[in-house]
Design a protein around this ligand. Structure first.
Ligand SMILES: Cc1ncc(COP(=O)(O)O)c(C=O)c1O
Length: 425
């Protein structure tokens, strides 16, 4: 069954039965005009040129599970991959396709694939790329559920994984094993904000015919595009900056067309973690403002990092945008901005941190990130509680580390809230 040939995604909506030879979505990386457009323009316009029937400015929500074939012959051809057109929404849906094309174009990737959550995307990509006996080399900080998923893969299915200090080139080289199939990177690393040099890692990977997969959730494609640095597959928890408003759980993976086709027809189709058309619509709407949001998130975060740095009760601030941040030069080289995430430690350690987190009012005590609302959380007891304490320390996550996802409120109001809360530290 070659249904992947038939599932793609017209540039016009609604059912504009493109001939089979043009059934593939364009590769933004190569020949589409989007390749030369600015990122905000791509975020607003890519993937949808209007509905020729109604003129609807925004993409319709195709809230349908299945699609009617005009004839038995047409249905047969769609299944055989000889005719373009949708079949069933687990294999592809016109609203979801718009989102996939937008994120692929933003990331300069050939194709995209949406999932029901960031973890659905991460697990589907990893299961799609490895088999029993393979090894995955990871950056030394991983989102807690990614760590838990890799542990399950190791214990239940014999896929090994190791964490490695990717700030050092020789350590990366030494950590590669004959059976390493994937290098899996978070950068900036959650929640320590340590950076990995994507160019360095992807070049080493290529020498060994290893694929590089990057979780780009923390910066969004607006601020960092790993494919431009030689990486192969990029994953997002679209729950975060892509949606931007804290109202949807979603994931997306982008990469070479052949790899995305393979994932669509294996670990998306057969595990089934598909995104609903309505959630795709929310993400399409959120994406339209990604440019202005990421600018303001970065601006607010820098001001807050500077404020915290001079605060007498704060012992350390981790934010790549600070000029004295150890990897500031790499951040400037690799990214188009420093993003909205920062971490800090209080002189009074965990107890002081708990008091501050219980006193904030405007900042909300909640996990997640990338929302318009400022969120504050405690990784050791929340997002990274599944990681054993010893591993957590190796990742640089002390018990006193607090993570702030700086939102889009007036920055003076965020500072005032932190100021009153820090009095209790
Ligand atoms: C860096 C990172 N990757 C992946 C995920 C998982 O995404 P989701 O919650 O959408 O499944 C998260 C969630 O917080 C995250 O922070």
């Amino acid at each position: 069954m070659k249904t992947h040939e038939t599932q793609h995604q017209h540039n016009h909506l609604p059912d504009d039965p493109a001939p089979a030879h043009s059934a593939r979505p364009h590769s933004a990386a190569e020949h589409h005009p989007a390749a030369s457009k600015g990122l905000s323009t791509i975020a607003i316009h890519e993937g949808y040129e209007g509905d020729p029937l109604t003129g609807s400015l925004t993409p319709p929500i195709y809230q349908t599970s299945t699609f009617v074939f005009p004839s038995v012959e047409a249905g047969t051809k769609r299944f055989a991959g000889e005719e373009a057109g949708y079949i069933y929404s687990r294999l592809g849906n016109p609203t979801v396709s718009v989102l996939e094309q937008k994120v692929a174009a933003l990331e300069k990737a050939e194709a995209g694939l949406a999932f029901a959550s960031g973890m659905a995307a991460i697990s589907a990509v990893i299961i799609g790329l490895v088999k029993t006996g393979d090894h995955i080399l990871c950056s030394r900080g991983l989102y807690g559920s990614t760590y838990a998923f890799l542990t399950l893969m190791q214990n239940r299915f014999g896929v090994e994984f190791t964490l490695c200090d990717m700030t050092d080139e020789q350590t990366v080289r030494n950590s590669i094993r004959p059976n390493t199939k994937v290098i899996y990177v978070e950068t900036p690393i959650n929640p320590t904000l340590e950076l990995v040099d994507l160019r360095m890692v992807s070049e080493i990977a290529k020498e060994h015919q290893i694929l590089t997969v990057v979780d780009n959730t923390f910066l969004s494609p607006y601020l960092q595009r790993p494919i431009e640095h030689g990486c192969d597959i990029v994953i997002h928890s679209a729950t975060k900056y892509i949606g931007g408003h804290g109202d949807v759980i979603a994931g997306i993976a982008v990469g070479p067309q052949a790899m995305i086709d393979m994932l669509r027809m294996t670990t998306l189709k057969d595990i089934g973690g598909v995104l609903s058309p309505f959630d795709a619509y929310l993400l399409i709407r959120g994406l339209k403002t990604i440019g202005v949001r990421m600018h303001q998130h970065s601006k607010n975060a820098l001001q807050i990092a500077e404020y915290l740095q001079q605060h007498p009760k704060v012992s350390a601030v981790y934010y790549p945008g600070l000029p004295d941040y150890p990897q500031h030069e790499l951040a400037k080289r690799q990214t188009d901005g420093f993003g909205g995430l920062l971490s800090f430690e209080l002189k009074g350690g965990l107890e002081a941190g708990k008091r501050v987190m219980n006193q904030v009012q405007l900042c909300k005590l909640a996990v997640s990130l990338g929302d318009v609302d400022t969120l504050i959380q405690h990784p050791a007891s929340m997002t990274h509680s599944v990681v054993p304490a010893e591993e957590r320390l190796k990742m640089g996550i002390s018990d006193g580390l607090i993570r702030l996802s700086v939102g889009l409120e007036n920055v003076e109001d965020i500072v005032l809230d932190l100021e009153q809360a820090l009095q209790h530290a």
